[in-house]
Design a protein around this ligand. Sequence first.
Ligand SMILES: [Zn+2]
Length: 257
Amino acid sequence: MSARESHKAAGYLLKSLSYGESDLIVTFYTREFGKLKGIAKGAKRSKKRFANVFEPFSLVELNFSRKNRDGLAFIESCDIIDHYTLIRQDLEKTLAASYFIELADHFSREEKSNENLFMLLHDFLDWLSRENVSDAAVRFFEMRLLKVTGFEPALAACVHCKAPVTNGVSYYFLPKEGGIFCAACARPERYDQTVSAGSVRTLLLGKEMDIEKMKMISMPERLACECRTILCGFISHVLGKEVKSLKVMEQVRRYCI
Ligand SMILES: [Zn+2]
């Protein structure tokens, strides 16, 4: 039998599940090991040893051991790096952070490290601590998540004829093709909705722009609606299901605005 190896990692809590009377099965997104699943023995009893660490989107430093790469990690100890108190004091921010975390969970696989995905969570949670939730922030997170996980939609030009996006022209976004089509190439059905070049350009801008400038972007209703149609439609197509926390966040935001 091989001996257990000990490791250290920084990670965001993606989810936790009660296991037996006193244990928790916890899943983190770590910088060093990607998605990591482990068991925290006695976590439900030992509030002192694991204070606040197993709450969604907490950033922690964890010490764990395991026998091999595929094995379940034994969480030895956890220390809080950031509990994101300023996010937790605000319902809208908490729901946005929960949505980001759920997406990171759906779009990552165990044991495949992706520092860009870790840094995306880090940058957006840090930003959410300081700024208010906006349509732009949510859409730009989705856009960047798709990019760093290899699912970036093709928005710069018509997927078929390659004609670049031109102002004043309307496009069709086809989730199963992963990109936009011009009217000539799309052969739209009556029920297909167009998206404006403005919406497409805003998403392209959001993919690259300095995160500190994001608060200056305000999306008019039509543009916000089109950007949502493109990205949420594409995300649910890729995942083959709806993302639960998106609906909750949107229902609450509708009441708050
Ligand atoms: Zn075309």
